[in-house]
Write a protein that binds this ligand. Structure first.
Ligand code: 13P
Ligand code: SF4
Length: 362
């Protein structure tokens, strides 16, 4: 579904008028609505979120709170899809701007994944467990549900991978090669036991022999925001700010994660930083809106982005106050705009994979 161009009467509002109208519409909708906000949302939007969180926390919320009729998801498309899968049938999930996608999620298409699976089944009779990162389309989650696999997020990837390794020695990890590699390595697997599957190459760019011997097959996907952080950025901040602690999101490259002091989801990053003693210095390898917010909310700590250009997630940025207001005022008029509806046949299997993730302890 394409995003409708917003009427000028909304886009021309001053910041003060915009805020006042959002607040008024939100108040009128009361308990019928909940606004979920991912940590990468801009300040002008996140301030209206009833619940803030990483992908895991927001998915848990969507699965457990059946009281709100409407869920406005200030985040990206795959998050809203997951909320639709996990919420009750009577709840409606809205994404304020339909162009808020995720380039990483787009790197794995269901037809490519099915082809990969058929090829793998041809080279090995061993059981393979598919794990998909939350940052993927609902159809890929459904594929994992159908094939005894699970979903993971950046906060529970080690637990989900451990769960899979208790059942099989072979995993297909979709679509983020970095999260897959970082997680498998942290669990003691060697880099030589991992191969990358390039969907645009015959056999993923591998031989039957290497596929047969490998334990972790990493889909060739990445986050363009996190992949920009490089080992030299770690070296630079360490030499400029002696004693600085480097914390990275696990979507960063393996080399960057290896050089960091800590690694974890957005929620983990926030927790580590806010619980550190005053005066601690931090270089943070994640999206710039979260880094700037951490800096602002922790004036007694020194916080900088890991690189000096400050990587922005342009799709998270699509959600702005005007689109939020447009969604809210339409709801007040009885119109549900930008509803995210996952087809029923996909919902059933995607729910299996998502529920498996929720059942696996962190
Ligand atoms: P978190 O689950 O850590 O919030 O990450 C989501 C995401 O898209 C990071 O790029
Ligand atoms: Fe996708 Fe990267 Fe943006 Fe996260 S930061 S939503 S993985 S593009």
């Amino acid at each position: 579904m394409l995003q409708t161009i917003l009427p000028e009467r909304l886009t021309r509002l001053s910041d003060t008028e915009m805020d006042a109208r959002i607040r008024a519409a939100r108040a009128e909708l009361g308990g019928r609505l909940v606004i979920l906000g991912h940590h990468y949302q801009r300040d002008e939007v996140i301030k209206f979120a009833d619940v803030r969180g990483d992908s895991f926390k927001l998915a848990q919320w969507a699965a457990s709170r059946k009281d709100a009729e409407y869920i406005i998801f200030c985040g990206v498309h795959f998050m809203a899809e997951s909320a639709d899968v996990l919420s009750a049938d009577y709840q409606k999930v809205l994404l304020p701007d339909m162009s808020a996608g995720c380039s990483m999620a787009d790197m794995a298409e269901i037809d490519q994944v099915e082809t990969c699976w058929e090829d793998l089944e041809r080279v090995t009779s061993e059981q393979i467990i598919p794990i998909t990162y939350m940052n993927s389309a609902a159809s890929i989650k459904a594929f994992c549900g159908r094939n005894d696999g699970a979903v993971c997020t950046s906060s529970n990837a080690p637990a989900v991978m451990r769960w899979a390794l208790e059942r099989s020695r072979k995993i297909l990890f979709l679509p983020d090669q970095h999260l897959g590699r970082n997680t498998a390595y942290s669990l003691g697997l060697r880099l030589e036991e991992m191969v990358v599957w390039d969907p645009y190459e015959e056999f993923g760019g591998n031989t039957a022999e290497t596929l047969k011997n490998s334990r972790i097959i990493l889909w060739k996907g990445h986050c363009s925001v996190h992949q920009r952080f490089l080992p030299q950025h770690v070296a630079q901040v360490r030499s400029s700010y002696p004693g600085i602690r480097v914390i990275a999101h696990p979507e960063c490259r393996f080399e960057v994660v290896q050089l960091s002091d800590d690694v974890g989801s957005t929620e983990h990053i926030i927790k580590c930083l806010t619980q550190s003693p005053a005066g601690t210095k931090w270089a943070v390898g994640t999206e710039i809106h979260l880094v700037n917010r951490l800096k602002k909310e922790n004036p007694d700590r020194f916080v900088i982005p890991l690189d000096d250009c400050g990587c922005l997630c342009s799709t998270m940025f699509r959600i702005d106050p005007a689109h939020l207001l447009w969604s809210l005022e339409n709801l007040l008029e009885g119109q549900v705009v930008n509803q995210i509806t996952v087809p029923a046949d996909v919902v059933a299997s995607a729910r299996v994979a998502l529920n498996r993730m929720l059942e696996i302890a962190l």
